[in-house]
Ligand binder design. Structure first.
Ligand code: BG6
Length: 511
């Protein structure tokens, strides 16, 4: 989204939230809409229609949203912004399996169009379990609610999981396409709502400095880490059926990977960017049963201690099978077979119950070809790293070598640090503001296209196949609160490399 577009409020529309009584509405959607209103980006002719099974009135629905917004807000609420929003919220109780719900919804939308000037433009947000996506899409189609006519748009927003493997992802796309054109479908990956993730493109393509060295001639390898310190919390049954690979890799980690690895798009337009991301995914070397065994590590957390808090083992968590073989950690070594990246490994890791919460991309540069300094062989010098910090620290750090002050020639690693918070006064945001606004203005740059989703599943399908073969080895474990399993360290050691520590010690590295 460009600044120019951002200055204008979106056009008239109604946001219909299916599953409106759930957590997503309270935690993310309503706070984002409130922030959008305060930023002047919602149109006067705007309304929200919440649909869910709970039998309650619009009044009670608004009050519950108000209470949770107050709880979440870091500052006292802006009363007039809330009143503006509240006056536009309606609630419709209804069973999403019942065709009559859609008839009543259709009547309600027409009524709102008549009184509020929302012009028959509807954004249907599926805040419902993925298992219900296909059914709700079919019923919306059957009710004639999705047909666009000149000047009236209809769009849907869905959020991962987009299938659980390649065949189910294809099937979901097939069903969606029966009722919607691809440009009516907005698939959210919430990582693309993060400023720091969007910044990867800016850093790469708004600075001439990096492009000449952003390739196999200068980069040794890339590490992509999304470490979480939380366990599976209350999501045991979902997580046990899903695992770290499906939950995080084809979506969030691949978004980071494609942003780091893609070629500059022809223009800053949705399909141009998505084409380039697609090419990266298509260039990833296909895995075989042998390479799955050598290049993919999975593990489960055992008992331990995270930030001073005792953790039970994964298999002891509520709603998790005591004999589970679901991974809570996965690390992979991927090769991108194109001219820019041939021979440069991309190491990805993600896991729960790790030492710290930290998402970052480390771009490790090759060593200086030889060193002038006696007694400091090249291989002992600390390599140059560019760290793109996604969360909780937000910014970018460049590590390089400098002379340690003193009469003796000693070399130490130092860092140049850019921190978002220090440079920019940031406003309260959930990360969904941009995403919601972009759906309203039909800018699909930050949304996933069907072919990109299928390419991502295609890459990991051999891993899913291999892991589901009976008789595979027992999963390695790592202590909760640690940096992950020893097997993940070996994955890099084998290539003469090491992971950047999650919780580094603070003494300067010298050689
Ligand atoms: C979700 C996963 O998509 O992303 C969760 O289902 C995970 O398991 C979450 O905790 C991580 O998101 P974030 O924004 O906290 O890094």
């Amino acid at each position: 989204m460009t600044d120019e577009q951002k200055l204008n409020p979106a056009g008239p529309c109604i946001l219909v939230i299916f599953g409106a009584s759930g957590d997503l509405t309270k935690r993310l959607l309503i706070p984002s809409l409130y922030h959008l209103k305060r930023a002047g980006l919602l149109p006067e002719a705007f309304a929200i229609a919440g649909v869910a099974r709970t039998n309650e009135t619009s009044e009670a629905f608004r009050e519950a949203l108000h209470a949770s917004l107050q709880q979440i807000a870091e500052e006292p609420l802006d009363g007039s912004a809330w009143d503006w929003l509240a006056s536009r919220i309606r609630y419709l109780p209804g069973d999403l399996d019942n065709p009559q719900t859609y008839e009543r919804l259709s009547a309600l939308l027409k009524e709102i169009d008549g009184t509020s000037g929302t012009a028959g433009n509807y954004l249907f947000y599926f805040a419902i379990p993925a298992a219900a996506f296909e059914n709700v899409a079919k019923r919306l189609g059957a009710a004639g609610l999705v047909n666009e006519t000149p000047g009236h748009w209809r769009r849907i927003v869905i959020e991962k999981p987009f299938g659980t493997d390649l065949p189910s992802a294809r099937e979901l796309n097939r069903v969606l396409w029966q009722h919607f054109q691809e440009d009516q479908i907005f698939r959210i990956d919430h990582y693309l709502g993060k400023e720091t993730v969007q910044n990867i493109m800016v850093l790469r393509f708004a600075n001439g400095l990096l492009e000449p060295i952003w390739n196999r001639n200068h980069i040794d390898h890339v590490q992509i880490t999304v470490a979480e310190s939380i366990g599976v919390e209350k999501r045991g049954s979902f997580y046990d059926a899903t695992g770290a690979l499906r939950d995080m890799v084809p979506n969030h980690l691949f978004q980071l990977l494609t942003l780091v690895a893609m070629e500059p798009p022809a223009c800053f337009e949705a399909n141009a960017t998505r084409n380039e991301k697609g090419k990266v995914l298509e260039s990833i070397r296909s895995m075989t049963p042998e390479s799955v065994k050598s290049d993919v590590v999975r593990a489960q957390y055992s008992t331990g201690n995270v930030n001073g808090q005792a953790f039970r083992a994964y298999w002891q968590e509520p709603h998790v099978s005591p004999v589970t073989s679901t991974e809570t950690y996965v690390a992979l070594r991927l090769m991108i077979e194109n001219w820019r990246w041939a021979g440069v490994p991309f190491y990805l890791r993600t896991g729960k119950a790790l030492a710290v919460k930290k998402s970052e991309v480390i771009v490790r540069f090759k060593h200086a070809p030889f060193t002038l300094f006696q007694d400091t062989p090249v291989e002992q010098l600390t390599p140059n790293d560019l760290a793109l910090m996604i969360q909780p620290d937000e910014g970018a750090n460049l590590r390089f070598n400098a002379k340690v002050p003193g009469p003796v020639m000693r070399i130490g690693a130092v860092e140049m640090k850019f921190n978002y918070g220090q440079y920019f006064k940031t406003q309260a945001s959930t990360g969904y503001e941009t995403l919601l606004y972009d759906c309203m203005i039909a800018d699909a740059s930050l949304f996933q296209r069907a072919d990109n989703i299928e390419s991502a599943w295609r890459i990991i399908q051999p891993v899913l196949d291999d892991w589901s073969t009976p008789g595979r080895d027992k999963l390695p474990v790592y202590a909760a609160g640690s940096e992950g399993p020893a097997e993940a360290d070996k994955l890099l050691q084998r290539d003469g490399r090491t992971w950047r520590r999650l919780a580094p010690k603070h003494e300067p590295e010298t050689s």
